[in-house]
Structures are given as C-alpha cells and as structure tokens.
Write a protein of this length. Structure first.
Length: 269
C-alpha cells in the first residue's frame, strides 16, 4: 500500500454481489485492516503536529479526542472498502486473490505493513529517506527494479494527486469553519503552489519506503509483482486502492480543517 496523504461512510447492511464479496476478500488478503491501523497512528501524530502549528496553546484534551474520532479505524475502513468495491465492480479478481494468498504474496504484504509501521518513527523515516538519497541517480540494480515498479503503478503521480486533494479538502474545512477568508480560486491556487514540493517529498518518502519494504525480496519476486501490476486486474486493483484511500483521506482532511477552524477561534469541540 503506497498511499501517503496526510479521512466516513455508514455501513449499509445489504446483500452484496459476488464481486463485492471478492473485493472484501482481496482487501483482507492485502492486510488493509492492519494498514489502516498504522494510518491511524500516523494521523494521530499528524493531528498533534497540526495543533502545534495552528492552535493557540497546542493540542488540548478536546482536540486530541476529536482527532481520535476523526481517525476512527472503523469509519476509515468502511470508506476504503466502499470505494474499492465500487471501482472493482466489473473486474475478475481471481488472479489477484490467487497471487496474494500464496506464501510469496503474503510475504510481500507483511513486508509492506512492517515497513509502513516502522516509518511512523521519524528517525526511521529519515534513515529510509537517506538510504534513497544515497542511491538516487545511481545505476543500482535494486533501484532500477523499483523505478519500473513505480512507473507501472503510477505511484508518484497518484500519490501527489491524492496529497493535493487532501490539502484542498483541509483548506475547504478551514474556510467553511470561518478560520480563513479564502475563496475557492484562492484555495486552488495555494494548493497548486505546493505541487512541486509535494512531488519531491513524495518521491523521497516513497522510494525510502520501497527500499525498506522490498529489501528482503529477491529480484525475481519484485519482477513478478511488477508483472502482476501490468495486467488488467493488477491495474484495476491499483486504481481501486487509490480511489478508496483518496475518498478516506479527503473526508478526514475536511473534518480536520473544520475542527481546526473551531479551535483556532477558541471554540470548544
């Protein structure tokens, strides 16, 4: 899982078609509940940083409680699953389930989750970034494999778009909460001004993460994973993951903006 935006839909109990059932099975095979638990930890840390930057007095007990509510794992997972199901409605998921249920597929998933969890620690994240900076521009064989993987899955562009959308939603929340007097055009202009910095930061984080996650993998395993990503089913899964997580992060970012606006104006949450 390579989404890095810095997020709720009610569960509707109804008979789901087979494709939706398979979509949920695929999400489980991908370890999405564990990924979301890590994202919650990331979000709580981000909420504390946000309060230090924007809220007089920093994070208060009421702010911390609000951040915990916004980053509800149940709501986050429901949002991701809904977007994932909708995007994959007409896709044959059998090849994907077959791949990710193998020992090798589960090994990949475990390594991805382990690396994501490790990067919650700022020191570990900086070490991962430094490892990439030391290799960037070289003819390292592992880096070449990762370049292909990133290109096939459009990971940098998709993450940048998601991050900018999250930033837009946060500004919307601030503006609608009355904390800033920005028009729609001004918000869009400010967000686009962040594009280049976001792209550079995303690339560095992404490659640091991939070097850590896939470091133990044999080159042929990375090549097989890349080949899966080239298939119609693999490409559809990638689009569906970004659709689900972009929806989740958009909801969260807007809610954070609204909550921050109230705190910035001295209102209780």
């Amino acid at each position: 899982m390579f989404l890095r935006q810095i997020l709720a839909l009610p569960l509707i109990f109804m008979a789901l078609p087979a494709a939706s059932s398979q979509a949920d099975e695929l999400l489980d095979a991908l370890g999405i509940p564990e990924v979301i638990a890590v994202m919650q930890d990331e979000g709580v840390d981000y909420g504390a940083e946000l309060a230090e930057d924007l809220i007089p007095g920093g994070p208060s007990p009421s702010w911390n409680a609000t951040v915990q509510r916004i980053y509800s794992v149940e709501k986050m997972e429901a949002s991701v699953r809904e977007g994932f199901r909708e995007t994959l409605a007409d896709t044959d998921l059998d090849p994907l389930l077959a791949f990710f249920r193998t020992t090798q597929g589960q090994r990949i998933v475990r390594l991805e989750i382990s690396a994501r969890r490790a990067l919650v620690d700022e020191d570990v994240e900086e070490q991962a970034r430094a490892a990439f900076r030391n290799l960037d521009g070289s003819d390292d064989d592992r880096l070449r494999l990762l370049d292909e993987f990133v290109e096939v899955n459009d990971l940098i562009e998709a993450n940048v778009v998601g991050a900018l959308n999250s930033s837009y939603q946060f500004y919307r929340g601030l503006a609608e909460g009355g904390a800033v007097g920005m028009s729609e055009d001004e918000i869009v202009s400010d967000v686009w001004a962040q594009e280049e910095e976001t792209r550079v930061d995303t690339r560095e984080w992404l490659y640091g993460y991939l070097l850590m996650a896939y470091g133990p993998l044999e080159p042929e395993v990375i090549e097989d994973y890349t080949a899966l990503s080239r298939t119609e089913a693999g490409a559809a899964m990638n689009r569906a993951l970004f659709a689900g997580f972009d929806d989740m992060y958009g909801d969260i970012s807007y809610a954070l903006g609204l909550a921050a606006a109230r705190q910035m104006q001295g209102q209780d949450l």
